[in-house]
Write a protein that binds this ligand. Structure first.
Ligand SMILES: Nc1ncnc2c1ncn2[C@@H]1O[C@H](COP(=O)(O)OP(=O)(O)OP(=O)(O)O)[C@@H](O)[C@H]1O
Ligand SMILES: O=C(CO)[C@H](O)[C@H](O)COP(=O)(O)O
Length: 405
């Protein structure tokens, strides 16, 4: 905590700080920061506030990209659980809001930036994946404002009616997650992200999940599911898939290699691709950092039924970036035994021994809890908590330094 002079702007839902430090051009550096208490004084006809400011306030922004039905909501539930507290839609707001708010996080769905509603897209013959159906200028302005601590009136795309509803007020949270089809598409928005994730679900697996959800839970026919996937494919390949080259972490979900010619799609091979050299993120590793490892943990400590479990870890390159890849093929029989695997992984950013296993057991009913999708989503959630804490600590140090000056 530090004391700073602040000039408030009544029209904004925040205050802007004028730090005593000057840039090389002689301008005062300005940064928007929240305050926890304030004392108003008059100086030269101008109101000046002495505030105690919290460096925690500036919003950390996370991007999560994936096609529809690829596990974004499940991932978000795992992430918000890492921070504690349940995520709920804005109280008293539109019942069809896509936003989820918890104490620490606000998750906004980028479908809310569709510029064309369902009828508009049909008339123009474009899909929701086409950039022409989305307002990237507004997305950029609003994500930037939230990052700077300024509340916004965000539109709502109503998935029930297919219409654009009146906007909802979004206040700047500690962590803002923007999830949807295009968080890394527009370079201006991409630049605002403190960390980005891409869920890369192979066509075979995507199809199996879609059938499971849209046929079993939503009453769609097999033909209509196939037709919808086919219709989206060209735009998916053109506008969504290329975003993975920009992601800091990619969770790749593929059919198993443990069952020859498997076409059931139940057993999965999942790869966590982690960028090297990032400031606030150090990749997880198995046994020995930088080595190439293949590990079959089935034996005395881990119960495995057919086809077993295989882990792999190796350095690699991904779209010309240096990465580390952790891979799990197969599924757990007993989730409590995951502690054995957890104890062989390093750089997990857990706060206590067994935290990964605890998180996985807590949400054992979520899809993917018995395989690498759940495990790697949980690990990425813990890494994001760590990244957030590092950024907050850094800002606190900077505020303390500025106060000394
Ligand atoms: N890890 C997983 N393992 C198995 N099935 C999964 C997994 N993740 C998601 N699914 C399946 O996919 C469906 C969609 O998951 P989820 O709602 O998390 O995706 P989404 O990307 O948020 O979808 P949408 O954008 O359409 O709302 C789930 O109901 C489930 O059937
Ligand atoms: O790809 C999607 C992202 O979730 C949806 O298809 C898009 O948002 C359009 O929604 P709807 O089909 O409800 O009109």
């Amino acid at each position: 905590m530090a004391t700073c002079a602040v000039y408030t702007t009544p029209s904004l839902h925040s205050c802007s700080i004028t730090s005593p430090a000057k840039t090389s051009l002689g301008f005062h550096q300005r940064q928007v920061i929240f305050f926890t208490s304030r004392r108003i004084t008059k100086r030269g006809g101008r109101s000046t506030s002495e505030v105690t400011c919290s460096a925690e306030a500036k919003t950390v922004v996370i991007g999560l990209a994936a096609d529809s039905g690829c596990g974004k909501s499940t991932f978000m539930r795992r992430l918000t659980s890492v921070f504690g507290g349940a995520a709920e839609p804005p109280k008293g707001g539109n019942p069809d809001s896509n936003t989820l708010i918890s104490d620490t996080t606000t998750v906004i769905c980028l479908d809310d930036y569709h510029s064309l509603d369902r009828t508009g897209r049909k008339e123009k013959g474009v899909t929701a994946l086409d950039p022409r159906a989305n307002n990237f200028d507004l997305m950029y302005e609003q994500v930037k404002a939230l990052k700077d601590g300024v509340a916004v009136d965000k539109p709502i795309y109503n998935h029930v009616t297919g219409l654009l509803d009146p906007p909802e007020l979004i206040r700047p949270p500690k962590i803002l997650v923007i999830e949807g089809l295009h968080p890394m598409f527009d370079p201006r928005v991409r630049e605002l992200l403190d960390f980005s994730i891409y869920l890369d679900i192979s066509d075979e697996v995507k199809f199996a999940w879609k059938i499971q959800r849209d046929m079993a839970e939503r009453g769609h026919s097999l033909e209509s599911i196939k037709a919808s996937i086919e219709a989206r494919k060209p735009d998916f390949d053109a506008y969504i898939d290329p975003q993975k080259q920009h992601a800091d972490a990619v969770v790749e979900v593929l059919p198993t290699q443990l069952i020859p010619d498997d076409n059931e799609g139940k057993v999965l091979r999942v790869r966590l691709i982690m960028k090297e050299g990032l400031k606030h993120f150090s990749p997880v590793y198995l046994f020995d950092e930088g080595s190439t490892i293949s590990w079959i943990p089935c034996g005395r400590k881990l119960t495995c039924s057919y086809p077993g479990i295989k882990f792999a870890y190796a350095p690699d390159t991904y779209y010309s970036n240096e990465v580390s890849v952790l891979e799990m093929d197969g599924q757990f029989d007993r989730l409590d035994e995951l502690i054995y695997v957890e104890s062989h992984l390093s750089n997990l950013s857990t706060k206590f021994y067994g935290e990964v296993t605890q998180q996985m057991l807590k949400h054992s009913d979520f899809p993917g809890s018995n395989n690498g999708t759940g495990l790697f989503q949980t690990i990425v959630g813990l890494k994001i908590r760590d990244l957030y804490e590092q950024i907050v600590a850094e800002r606190a140090a900077a505020v303390a330094e500025a106060a000394k000056v």
